[in-house]
Design a protein around this ligand. Structure first.
Ligand code: ARG
Length: 615
C-alpha cells in the first residue's frame, strides 16, 4: 500500500527488483543503483550499472544490460505488474525505465483524492523542541535573527506536517552582560532614578523609564563606555551579577527592558507569521542552575579552573584542537551563555522530555553548542533511547551579506533593524502594485488597505523565499530588487503562479467545467504529473535534511513546468474528458503549490494585482 503513494516508493520497489536481479546474475549490487533520470525526455528512471560491470563480467555492456533487463522483467511479470514499466537500453548500455501512463494516472488520481496529497506521516513520531528565535532584548531586533526565524518556522511546519510533535521556544537573550552595561549607562545618564537609590522603599514605578529607542541608544553607549574603560566594565559585571541575583532595583529595570523590547519583538514575529509555543528566555533557566550544579557535582564533572567552575568537554577525537571547557560559573559567580543553555536543556528534559532538540542558530556558534551538548551528555541530561544518546542538533545558518559580501550592516557599521528592513521590502513590493485608482481594482472594489495587505504578503514571501531558496548553511547576499520580482526563482513568482491558477479555475467554474479522472494525452501533462508526484519525497527529504530549500526547488520546478503545460494544454473548447482531466491536474497543481508555500510560511493571495497584468 505504501509504495503506491509516490514515485519515491516506486523507485524503492524498482531498486529492490534490480538488487534481486543483480544477485541472481552474480553481479556486484553496488552497481545496481536506480535513480531519477537525468534525461527526463527519454525516461523516468535509469540504472547505469551494466557499464561499470561489463569488464568484470567479461561481456559487452549492452549484452549485460539486456540480461539485467530480462531478469528484472521476469520479476515484475511475476508480480503481475508487467504493464507498468517499459525498459529500453540506450547508447553503450544505459538501462532506461519509463512508467506506464496508466500507472501515473492512477497515482495522480489517488494523490488528488487524498487530503494529505499523498504525503505519508512518519512511522516514528517524535517530540521535537525547536529553538529558533534568540533575539536579544534591550535592543531592537536586527537582521541577524531573520534567518533562524524563517528557517525555524518552516522546519516547525514541516515537522508537524510529517507527524511529529513540535514545541517551539523563542529563547530570548535576556540575561547577560549587555543588560548590565545598559543599566550602567542609564545610571550615568539618569542617576536620580529610584532604581539606583539604595534606600528606596516600596514599589518601583510601573511605567518603564525608557522607550525602545532610548534602550537602543543606551545599549550602544553602554557598550562603548565599557570598551574604553576597565573600571566601567568591572562595574557592569558587578551590576549583571547583582541583577541575576535579584537585586531589586537592577532586577526591576531589567524587567522593564524586557517588557519594552518584547512588545516590539512580538510585533516583528507576528508580522512575519512566525509562531512560538513558549516565550522563555535565558533568564528562565536561572531557577534551574542550582539543581544543574548539583547534578554536575554528583557526577564529579564540575571542577575548579583558575577560580572559575568548569566542565571539561574535550574528547580524544578533538586531537590537536581540544574543545575548551564550558565555563559554568565565572570567577565572580556570574553565569555564562553556556550555563544558561545547559540549564535550559535540563529544563526542557524535565518539562517536555523531547526526543530531539533542534537549535536553528548562526553557524558561528558551532563551538558553543558542541560544548553544551557534550556537557549535557556527560551530565546525563539527554534522553537515552535504544542504548544510545541522541545529541541535540545545531542547524547552523550562514550570514545574510550586503553587496560587499560581508554581513549586512548600515553604512556606519551598525546593525540593520529587522523592522526597518521589512518596511523597505514592503515599500518595494508596493511599487509593483497599482493603487486603488487602477481600473481593475476599481472594478473589483479593492481598497487601498487591501492592496497594502497584498503588498505586505508579497514582501514577506519575497524575503522568506529568498532566504530559504539557499541552503541553510550557505551565506547569501541580499538583493531587494531581485527578490521582489515577479519573474525568476522568487516568492512573488510562486504567489503569482498560484493566483494565475486561481483565475484559471474561476474561468473553468464559469464555463461549468468539472474535474474528472486524469488521462494523460501529451508529454506536457505527463511531465507536470510526474513532477507533482514527487511531493511526498520532497517533503520527507526536506524534513530529514532540515532544508526548506528542497521545498523551494520543487515548488519552483512545478511553477515552471506548469507554465509550459498552461501554454500547451488549453482547457476550454476541448473534448469533455480532456477538459475534465486537465482541470483536475490544474486543481492538483494548485493544492500542491499552496501546501508547499504554506510549509515555507508563505501566504497565497487569491488574486494578485500588478502594474503589468493581473492574475
Ligand atoms: N541570543 C542568542 C544570540 O543572539 C541566540 C540564542 C540561540 N538559542 C540558544 N539556545 N542559544 O546569539
Amino acid at each position: 500500500m505504501l509504495f503506491n503513494r509516490s514515485l519515491g516508493h516506486i523507485m524503492q520497489q524498482l531498486q529492490a527488483l534490480f538488487n534481486q536481479a543483480f544477485e541472481a546474475l552474480e553481479l556486484d549490487q553496488k552497481h545496481a543503483s536506480v535513480g531519477l533520470s537525468n534525461r527526463p525526455d527519454l525516461c523516468d528512471f535509469q540504472c547505469n550499472g551494466a557499464l561499470a560491470l561489463a569488464k568484470q563480467a567479461k561481456k559487452p555492456p549492452r549484452q549485460l544490460a539486456e540480461m539485467i533487463v530480462e531478469s528484472v522483467k521476469n520479476l515484475i511479470a511475476a508480480q503481475g505488474q508487467a504493464d507498468d514499466y517499459a525498459f529500453d537500453i540506450a547508447g553503450p548500455g544505459f538501462i532506461n525505465i519509463k512508467l506506464a501512463d496508466s500507472l501515473l494516472e492512477q497515482l495522480a488520481d489517488a494523490q488528488s483524492s487524498d487530503e494529505r496529497l499523498g504525503v505519508s506521516t512518519t512511522e516514528a513520531p517524535q517530540t521535537i523542541v525547536l529553538d529558533f528565535g534568540g533575539p536579544n532584548v534591550a535592543k531592537e531586533m536586527h537582521v541577524g535573527h531573520l534567518r533562524c526565524a524563517i528557517v525555524g518556522e518552516s522546519l516547525q511546519r514541516v515537522a508537524q506536517f510529517v507527524g511529529h510533535k513540535t514545541i517551539s521556544d523563542v529563547h530570548l537573550g535576556d540575561w547577560g552582560l549587555p543588560y548590565g552595561k545598559t543599566i550602567l549607562e542609564l545610571k550615568h545618564q539618569k542617576p536620580d532614578l529610584p532604581y539606583f537609590d539604595e534606600n528606596h522603599q516600596g514599589e518601583y514605578p510601573e511605567e518603564s523609564p525608557v522607550t525602545l529607542e532610548e534602550l537602543n541608544r543606551l545599549y550602544r553607549e553602554g557598550n562603548e563606555r565599557c570598551k574604553n574603560d576597565d573600571a566601567a566594565l568591572e562595574e557592569a559585571r558587578f551590576i549583571t551579577a547583582q541583577m541575576q541575583k535579584g537585586q531589586s532595583g537592577y532586577h526591576g529595570l531589567w524587567k522593564h527592558f524586557v517588557d519594552v523590547s518584547v512588545q516590539a519583538i512580538r510585533k516583528n514575529y507576528e508580522r512575519m507569521d512566525i509562531n512560538f509555543d513558549y516565550w522563555y528566555g535565558e533568564s528562565d533557566s536561572y531557577a534551574y542552575i542550582d539543581r544543574v550544579a548539583k547534578a554536575l557535582n554528583e557526577k564529579g564533572i564540575l571542577v575548579e579552573s583558575e577560580g572559575a567552575q568548569v566542565v571539561h568537554v574535550a574528547e580524544e577525537a578533538d586531537g590537536e584542537n581540544p574543545l575548551p571547557p564550558l565555563i559554568f560559573f565565572k570567577k565572580d559567580g556570574a553565569v555564562t551563555y553556556g550555563t544558561t543553555d545547559l540549564a535550559t536543556i535540563f529544563q526542557r528534559q524535565e518539562d517536555f522530555a523531547p526526543d530531539q532538540i533542534y537549535y536553528v542558530v548562526d553557524q558561528r556558534q558551532g563551538m558553543h553548542f558542541k560544548q553544551v551538548f557534550r556537557a549535557a551528555e556527560q551530565a546525563g541530561f539527554l534522553n537515552k533511547k535504544d542504548g544510545g544518546t541522541t545529541l541535540p542538533l545545531h542547524i547552523g545558518y550562514g550570514t545574510i551579506n550586503g553587496p560587499d559580501g560581508k554581513p549586512m550592516k548600515t553604512r556606519d557599521g551598525q546593525q540593520i533593524f529587522l523592522g526597518g528592513m521589512l518596511n523597505e521590502v514592503f515599500e518595494a513590493a508596493k511599487v509593483l502594485l497599482p493603487t486603488a485608482e487602477d481600473e481593475q481594482c476599481k472594478a473589483d472594489g479593492v481598497s487601498q488597505e487591501q492592496l497594502d495587505q497584498l503588498a505586505e504578503e508579497i514582501a514577506m514571501a519575497a524575503i522568506k523565499f529568498n532566504d530559504m531558496k539557499n541552503n541553510t548553511a550557505t551565506d547569501y547576499s541580499f538583493d531587494m530588487n531581485q527578490c521582489t520580482r515577479f519573474e525568476g526563482k522568487t516568492g512573488p513568482y510562486l504567489q503569482y503562479a498560484v493566483a494565475r491558477i486561481n483565475s484559471i479555475l474561476d474561468r473553468a467554474t464559469n464555463a461549468d467545467i468539472t474535474a474528472g479522472a486524469i488521462k494523460l494525452s501529451n508529454e506536457f501533462e505527463r511531465k507536470l504529473v510526474f513532477t507533482l508526484l514527487q511531493l511526498n519525497d520532497t517533503i520527507h527529504k526536506a524534513f530529514e535534511k532540515h532544508e526548506p530549500s528542497v521545498i523551494c526547488d520543487h515548488a519552483y520546478e512545478i511553477a515552471q513546468v506548469f507554465s509550459r503545460f498552461y501554454t500547451e494544454c488549453p482547457i476550454l473548447n476541448q473534448e469533455p474528458e480532456v477538459q475534465a482531466s486537465r482541470l483536475k491536474i490544474v486543481e492538483l497543481t494548485k493544492a500542491i503549490l499552496s501546501l508547499e508555500l504554506n510549509l515555507l510560511g508563505i501566504k497565497t493571495p487569491h488574486k494578485i494585482y500588478t502594474k503589468r497584468e493581473t492574475a
